[in-house]
Every structure is written in C-alpha cells, then in structure tokens.
Design a binder for this molecule. Sequence first.
Ligand code: BMA
Length: 303
Amino acid sequence: MTDVVKRYEGNPIISAQMIPGANAVFNSAVTRFEDRYAAVLRVESKHGFQTMRMAWSDDGIKFNVEPGEIMAPTEEPYLTYEEAIYDPRITKIGDDYFICYAAENRYGCQVSVSRTRDFRTFEKVAIASEPTNRNMVLFPEKINGMYVRLDRPFQPGGQGHIWMCDSPDLVHWGNPRCVIESRRFAWDQGKIGPGAPPIRTDEGWLVIYHGTTPRCNGLIYKTGVALLDLDDPSKVIARGKEYLMAPTEEYERVGDVPNVVFVTSAVPDFEKDEIRLYYGAADTCFCMATARITDLIEFAKTG
Ligand code: BMA
C-alpha cells in the first residue's frame, strides 16, 4: 500500500521560533477538549531543560502557545525523580485526561502519570515504573476491570520491545507481558515503543508505534501499525509488514537528531474516517499527517 499517510503541507505546525527561549518543540500530546484541541508540548529550552507547555487550537493545526510552563523539572539536580520530563501522551478516561510522560533521573528513566480535567491544574497520580522505562500509553477504558498500559522497558544492548501491564488504580502495576517484539532483519529490528495511545476500532485496538532501524550513524525512527484484540490486548491480531512512515522530508531528515519521525498522538474522526497523526520530527519540530482509519486497519493486516 502506498500513500496511506498524507503529511500536512504546512509542516511543521509548531516550531521553536514560536516559543521564546525554546531550542526545540517536538514529541507532544494533542487531544480534543470541548470544541478545541489541547496540546501538551514537549519544549526543550535553550538552557537544555525539558519542560511542558500548553497550546490551544481551533482547527488542530494553528496552535497558540501559552506563556509559562505547566510542568517543569526541579532546578535542583540530584534531588528529584523528575529531572527531565518529556514525550507526553494524553488519554481521556471518563472525565479525566491522564498525561503519561518520561521522567528521567539519576537512576535512568521512569514513567509518570498526571491527571487534569481542565488543562489548567495538574495533579500527580504516580511515578508508575522503576527505571528504566519509557513511552507509557494508557488504553482509553478499563479492560476486564483494570487500567491497561503499553510501555517499553529497556533491555541490555539498546534493545526494547512493547510490553503491557495492568493496574486497579493507576498507581500499582503488575502482570507484565511482552506484546509486540522488534523483528530481526526488518525495518523495526532495533528498539520499538508505543507511539500514540491505542484507539478502539471495530477490528481491534489500533496501535501506532515507533520502530528503529540501526545504521552506522545512528537509529532511524519510523512508524508502524498493529491491531490488538479488543478483549485481550496482549494478543496481536495483525501487524503491518512495512513501515507506515519513515523520515523523508527535510524537516524529518535534518535537525538536532536526524532521521526521526516519532508519533505521540492520534486524534480520530470516525464520521470522516480520518485520523490525525501528530509527530515530532528530527527532535526539533512538531508536525501533523492524516490517514484514513480504514486504510490503517488494512495496512496492519498486510503483515
Ligand atoms: C528516543 C526518545 C525520543 C526521541 C528519540 C530520537 O529514545 O528519547 O524522545 O525523539 O529517541 O532521539
């Protein structure tokens, strides 16, 4: 299948030039909120700190970035579990919006969860893993009475697969299972991780993930698609053979980390059969692409 994904021609939609003091803005979380789009931005400041800011949009393309940080690591090194916070993902469950993010500290990287109902006040729910783990995404509903998440624990040798665990309260997690493995000799042979939070479709949970191809000058970050069983999401129903998206545009090829497309949000519109994929490009700017939901499902079945 070709041309399943259509990049927005005005990419990038958010860049560091829009934010005073920013070096880069990328890998951010977008969701519908009332009749607008809310975005929690990963902003790297010029002094190197990773912080998060709010941005709002009527159309999901032109965003106004609010002044000030909504979440920031402490300025006291070695005194906190959240020295650098980044790669937020948003999942709405009931009236709550949960923001899962990477929290880096002197022990490695952990995943944290915050809750908001209005994107004005944020309440910490938990630091939800031991080191080292990243890319936590929550399913948008309880499954068999439990909250469920995907994440990516680290493995020696720079490897890593997509795991799942569950929790009665979002604080205590267990029942870890490896769900989607990297594939030897394929485009996703390096470490892989969940991208956007899973989306319920009639055919299964749609999972957009990132996979890496190791090359002599570093990793190339690409995008893949899989479908998980609705009742038992530890079962993979289908997984696309090829990558859905790879860095091809200049803003994906050139930047602080070249050759990166990193999807962190997917906003579906089932009536229009369209999904918006929001992604960081080259660890430098933030972009958008669209696809038909039915095409993504068919794409997953090509495996
Ligand atoms: C991953 C994460 C992402 C980043 C990517 C490419 O390990 O750190 O935030 O976009 O590397 O540098």
